[in-house]
Design a protein around this ligand. Structure first.
Ligand SMILES: Cc1cc2nc3c(=O)[nH]c(=O)nc-3n(C[C@H](O)[C@H](O)[C@H](O)COP(=O)(O)OP(=O)(O)OC[C@H]3O[C@@H](n4cnc5c(N)ncnc54)[C@H](O)[C@@H]3O)c2cc1C
Length: 390
């Protein structure tokens, strides 16, 4: 068993770390200042400028196939890079990416949607959740009706990340209510904003916010179907599957950075004539945080490894998402406790992380849905206990 990284993996991770440290972290104070003034954090043009700079260092399209100019990195290396990105609270991501399911595009769709998205010229959003269907995603009611060579879309999608900024939406709609979404009754559509849908900002406890999307008789040509008619639910699950190891990878970066701050604070802050780090109460919080971080790190890397090995990653990814999301919430909470009153102020990013990471237990499959998947796999015998060890 080898728990080490190869020289190449380490080199890629270190270059990503250098970039984040030198180019992105210096923007942190300005980001906090803008957010406190209720201004947008990072402008689209600023993000793009950073992404183009990163491109010069070779960081472009972590998951994008080489034929589209991407790095096409193994999931393990992508996971390591998402951890580096998580170290900064600037909402940065490397460019050259597109939603994984957009690669099912036809030749025509490739020109219109995929390539401009990879280049950062167009922004997408992915929409399955509805007011009446979140965890129970197969219960969607958003309807697409055939009308000659077109489809007419009606309904509401909600909590859509990037829905306010998107130029087009990947929308999962019911095309055959008799069959139900899970049995070939749902289809994915590529819908330009110019076709007539509108979005409304949803204020949340995090910075920025998702959107509700409203479709009122929006006419979409048949050529805008992504994949096949009836393949929508499968594509949706494929889209969601990606986040199950990238989200907790990001969480590891946040937790490491926050814990570093707590250790530094414990080594400098004095009460009753000694450093707070000399108290066992503080030491235990640090020890528990590091132990949970390490456990999360290996669960996540194993989930990513499962993807690279071409195995079904669902069980491992659900454990990684469940544990990673819980871990970062517990670590950030302890880090705030160690900082005392200062941790609660807006001078430090801790309260910001506290608000941000709460979402990790909710979106792209709640804690409860991950537990449901893990338990069901075991109860039905799809996965053997400890089965991955052979
Ligand atoms: C900021 C944000 C961004 C998001 N981005 C996107 C996006 O880009 N695209 C998109 O399509 N969606 C997005 N979502 C939606 C997100 O995936 C859903 O909110 C999530 O899946 C939960 O669905 P729900 O909110 O309807 O909760 P519900 O499904 O109503 O669940 C409510 C509670 O009941 C629990 N529960 C439900 N069923 C069971 C059960 N069988 N057993 C035990 N407990 C259960 C849930 O775990 C949860 O705790 C986003 C959400 C947020 C908040």
């Amino acid at each position: 068993m080898d728990f080490g990284l190869s020289d190449e993996e380490r080199a890629i991770r270190d270059t990503a770390r250098d970039f984040i440290t030198r180019e992105v972290m210096p923007l942190e104070q300005e980001l906090l200042r803008r957010e406190r003034a209720h201004q947008p954090g990072l402008e689209r043009s600023e993000l793009r400028e950073l992404q183009l700079k990163a491109r010069k260092f070779g960081f472009w399209g972590l998951a994008t196939p080489a034929e589209y100019g991407g790095m096409d990195l193994p999931a393990v290396v992508q996971s390591l890079i998402w951890t580096e990105i998580g170290r900064t609270f600037v909402p940065f991501r490397f460019g050259g990416e597109a939603d994984n399911i957009l690669f099912h595009a036809t030749a025509e769709q490739r020109q219109e949607f995929l390539l401009p998205t990879i280049e950062g010229e167009r922004n997408s959003c992915f929409a399955i959740t509805e007011p009446g269907a979140g965890s129970d995603a197969a219960n969607i009611r958003f309807r697409a009706r055939r009308d000659g060579d077109d489809w007419i879309l009606n309904g509401e999608k909600t909590f859509i990340t990037g829905g306010n900024e998107a130029d087009f939406a990947i929308v999962i709609a019911v095309t055959d209510p008799e069959r139900g979404a899970r049995n070939g009754g749902a289809t994915a559509f590529l819908v330009d904003r110019a076709m007539g849908w509108r979005s409304e900002f949803i204020p949340t406890m995090g910075e920025g916010g998702p959107a509700s999307l409203f479709f009122d008789d929006v006419r979409v040509p048949n050529r805008n179907i992504l994949g096949e008619v009836g393949q929508g639910f499968t594509l949706a699950m494929q889209w969601i599957g990606k986040g199950r190891y990238t989200i907790p990878s990001h969480a590891v970066g946040i937790a490491e950075r926050a814990l570093r701050m707590a250790i530094d604070h414990a080594n400098t802050r004095e009460t009753f004539g000694s450093k707070i780090g000399t108290n066992q109460a503080i030491q235990w919080m640090i020890a528990d945080s590091e132990t949970e971080l390490e456990a999360a790190r290996w669960l996540i890397l194993r989930a990513a490894w499962t993807v690279d090995a071409g195995l079904d990653p669902r069980h491992a990814s659900s454990m990684a998402k469940l544990y990673g999301a819980g871990m970062v919430n517990r670590v950030v909470d302890r880090v705030m406790q160690i900082h005392g009153g200062m941790g609660y102020t807006r001078e430090l990013p801790i309260e910001r992380w506290y608000r941000q990471v709460r979402l990790y237990r909710i979106f792209e499959g709640t804690d409860e849905m991950q537990r449901l998947i893990i338990a069901r796999d075991l109860l039905r015998g799809y996965t053997k206990l400890g089965g991955h060890l052979g």
